[in-house]
Design a protein around this ligand. Structure first.
Ligand SMILES: Nc1ncnc2c1ncn2[C@@H]1O[C@H](COP(=O)(O)OP(=O)(O)OP(=O)(O)O)[C@@H](O)[C@H]1O
Ligand SMILES: [Mg+2]
Length: 568
C-alpha cells in the first residue's frame, strides 16, 4: 500500500486507476511507486486518462500497465496481466511480441503497422486478431529507454468483415463463371438440338418432295406406257395411233421438263449456252405460253429487242419464262393480266452482275403478290406455298440457276395485293445465233452419210438406229468406247452420236482420242445428266453438239443437219 501522495498518480477516476491504488506492489518487479522514475509516473498518469487503447511495457521485463480502453482487448488476461511481466500473460504470442518490444527498447526506433495479426488466447481459445499498432520508446531519465508505449486499435472486426466480403465476392465470381459455363453448355446443347431438328425437318421435306415427284412421274409414265400399250394393241388404227403417240409424247415432255428442273436445281446440268435472238425466241414461244395460262389471262408482249442477242441456253430460257408464266397463272386464279417485256439496258454497280450491256426481260402479273417473307425465300429450292401436288418449289430455282449459269441475274419485285414483277437480266452478245431450225438435211448428203452410234444401253441404240433410218441416214453401232474407236478408224463415219456415261472409257475420252486422228469429226453428245467439266473442252468445239436425253427425233435431225452442213 502506498501513501496518498504516491497513489495520486492513480487517481484518475478510471477503473484501472482504482485497481492500481489497491495494488500490492511488493508482488511486482516495479516495486514501490514512490521509487518509480518520474518518466514512468508521467507516462502512466497520461495513459490512464487516455481513451485510446494503450499499454505500457516498462523495464527489462516489460511489466504491463494499461488503461480501461485497452483491458477488453486482452479478455480474460485482465486483471491478471496488470503490473506483471508481459512474458507471463502473453506467453502464447511471446515469440512474436518479444522481438518487437525488444527492438524498440534496444534501438529507440518506433514500430508501427496496420492490421497486424496476432495470435492470442483471451476468451478461453486461441484466435488470430488484428491491430493497428504504434510501439514507441519512453525515455528513462538517464538517456536510455525506460519502456515501450504501445498505442493500439483493434481492427479484427473490420479485417474479418473484409475477408468475408472478399471471400463471398470470390465465391460469387466463381459461381458466376460456373453459371456462365452452364449457360454456355446449355446453349450448345440447345444449338445441337436445333441442328438435329432442322436436319429432321429437312429429311422430312425431302421425303415429302421425293414422294411428290415420284407421284408426278408415275402419272407421266402412266401416260407414256398407256399410249404405247394402246399403240401395240391397235397398231393399224392409224388415226388413233397418232393421237396416242401425241399423248405419250406430251407426257414424256412433261417428264423431261420435271427432270430438267430437278437438274437445274442440283446445278449440275450442262447448259448449252449460246447466242439467243430474244425477240424471235419469245415471239415463237407466245403460243405455248397462251395455251399454258389459259384464256382467262390476258397475255401481252412488248419486245423492244429486235436484232438483239443475249447469252443463254434457249431451251432453259423458254423453260424459265414458262415457269414464271405458270407462277403468274397460279397467282391469278380469277384471271388477270400477264405482261412480258424485253428491252436493252446497261447495268453498272449491280450486285453479282458485271457492268455491261444486258437484255432485261420482265414478266409482270396482276396477281396476289408475295409477302416479304415469301419473296425472300421464293428462290429457295423446294420452297413452295402451294398444296401438295400443286407445286414442288422448283420453278423459281430453275429460273435462278439458269440465269446465274449464263452470267445473268434475276430480281423479284412484289408486295401483297400489287402483283409481281420478275426481271431477268441476260448478258448481251454480238454473236449471231445459230439457226438450226432453218437447216435441213441436204438431199445429196443424207443417203451417203453413215453415223456411228456409241451407247451401252441397247434400248437407246435401237431408238437411235430407227431414228437415223427414219431420217435417211445409215448407222453402225458400238457398245463401248474401245470398239467405237476401231469403227472410226475403219469406216470413217460422217458423224458420231456419243453417250457420255459408259463403263470403261467415257464419252469425253472417246471423243478426245477420235479427234486425234480426225480433228473435225462431228460429234453429238447425248447426255442423261450432268457430265459437266470433263465434257467442256471437247464439247465446245464447233464440231460438237449436245443433246439432253430425252430428246426427240427432230432435235437429232437438227443437230446432224447443222454439223454435217458445215462447209469446213
Ligand atoms: N408470280 C407470283 N405471284 C405470287 N407468288 C409467287 C409468284 N411466283 C412465285 N410465288 C411464290 O413463290 C413460291 C415459289 O415459287 P416456285 O415457282 O419456285 O415454286 P412453286 O410454283 O410453288 O412450285 P413449282 O414451280 O415447282 O411447280 C410459290 O409457292 C409462291 O408462293
Ligand atoms: Mg412455280
Amino acid at each position: 500500500m502506498g501513501t496518498s501522495s504516491e497513489t495520486a498518480i492513480f487517481s484518475t477516476g478510471s477503473r484501472i486507476g482504482a485497481l492500481l491504488r489497491e495494488f500490492d506492489w511488493s508482488r511486482s518487479p516495479l516495486g514501490n511507486p514512490q521509487n518509480w522514475a518520474a518518466e514512468l509516473k508521467t507516462t502512466l498518469s497520461m495513459l490512464l486518462r487516455a481513451e485510446a487503447q494503450i499499454v505500457l511495457f516498462w523495464g527489462p521485463e516489460f511489466v504491463a500497465l494499461y488503461n480501461d480502453a485497452y483491458a477488453p482487448t486482452i479478455g480474460d488476461k485482465h486483471p491478471r496481466a496488470l503490473g506483471r511481466p508481459a512474458k507471463e500473460s502473453w506467453s502464447e504470442l511471446w515469440d512474436d511480441l518479444e522481438p518487437l518490444l525488444r527492438s524498440v527498447r534496444d534501438t529507440g526506433r518506433t514500430f508501427s503497422s496496420k492490421d497486424r495479426p496476432f495470435y492470442i488466447e483471451r476468451h478461453g481459445f486461441g484466435e488470430t486478431v488484428y491491430f493497428d499498432v504504434s510501439y514507441s520508446a519512453v525515455p528513462d531519465g538517464d538517456g536510455g529507454v525506460g519502456g515501450v508505449l504501445c498505442i493500439v486499435s483493434e481492427t479484427t472486426e473490420r479485417v474479418r468483415a473484409e475477408a468475408a466480403l472478399r471471400d463471398s465476392e470470390a465465391r460469387l465470381r466463381d459461381l458466376n463463371e460456373k453459371l456462365e459455363q452452364r449457360v454456355m453448355e446449355r446453349s450448345r446443347e440447345l444449338e445441337r438440338a436445333h441442328v438435329a431438328l432442322r436436319q429432321a425437318q429437312k429429311m422430312e421435306a425431302v421425303g415429302q418432295l421425293t414422294g411428290g415427284i415420284a407421284h408426278d412421274f408415275n402419272n407421266l409414265l402412266q401416260g407414256i406406257t398407256g399410249s404405247l400399250d394402246l399403240i401395240r394393241r391397235k397398231p393399224d388404227d392409224a388415226g388413233r395411233v397418232s393421237r396416242w403417240a401425241e399423248a405419250g409424247l406430251k407426257a414424256a415432255d412433261r417428264g423431261g421438263r420435271l427432270a430438267g428442273q430437278l437438274l437445274a436445281f442440283s446445278r449440275t446440268q450442262k447448259l448449252d449456252i449460246a447466242s439467243i435472238d430474244i425477240s424471235s425466241a419469245l415471239a415463237g414461244f407466245a403460243d405455248t405460253l397462251r395455251r399454258t395460262i389459259g384464256p382467262s389471262i390476258d397475255l401481252r408482249m412488248d419486245l423492244d429487242t429486235d436484232g438483239v442477242f443475249a447469252k443463254g441456253d434457249r431451251t432453259q430460257l423458254e423453260l424459265a419464262v414458262l415457269n414464271l408464266a405458270l407462277n403468274a397463272r397460279d397467282a391469278m386464279p380469277g384471271g388477270g393480266e400477264l405482261f412480258i417485256a424485253a428491252r436493252r439496258c446497261r447495268l453498272t454497280g449491280e450486285p453479282d452482275l458485271q457492268d455491261g450491256d444486258y437484255v432485261e426481260l420482265s414478266v409482270k402479273d396482276s396477281g396476289t403478290g408475295m409477302s416479304a417473307e415469301v419473296a425472300e425465300r421464293a428462290f429457295e429450292p423446294f420452297f413452295t406455298t402451294k398444296d401438295v401436288g400443286k407445286g414442288n418449289g422448283l420453278g423459281l430455282s430453275q429460273v435462278y440457276g439458269t440465269l446465274h449459269q449464263s452470267g445473268g441475274a434475276v430480281r423479284i419485285e412484289s408486295a401483297p395485293g400489287t402483283g409481281t414483277t420478275v426481271r431477268l437480266y441476260l448478258r448481251r452478245t454480238e454473236i449471231q445465233p445459230r439457226r438450226a431450225e432453218e437447216l435441213s438435211v441436204p438431199a445429196d448428203l443424207a443417203p451417203a452419210a453413215t453415223v456411228l452410234i456409241v451407247d451401252d444401253d441397247p434400248d437407246v441404240r435401237t431408238f437411235l438406229t430407227d431414228s437415223l433410218e427414219t431420217l435417211g441416214y445409215s448407222s453402225v453401232v458400238a457398245e463401248d468406247g474401245a470398239s467405237a474407236l476401231k469403227v472410226v478408224e475403219r469406216i470413217a463415219p460422217a458423224a458420231v452420236i456419243l453417250d457420255f456415261a459408259m463403263p470403261g472409257m467415257n464419252g469425253a475420252e472417246v471423243a478426245k482420242r477420235a479427234r486425234q486422228t480426225r480433228p473435225d469429226l462431228p460429234i453429238i453428245f447425248a447426255s442423261g445428266y450432268s457430265e459437266t467439266a470433263a465434257l467442256t473442252p471437247v464439247q465446245e468445239s464447233k464440231h460438237s453438239r449436245m443433246l439432253h436425253k430425252p430428246f426427240k427425233v427432230g432435235e437429232l435431225q437438227s443437230a446432224l443437219a447443222e454439223l454435217l452442213a458445215r462447209p469446213d
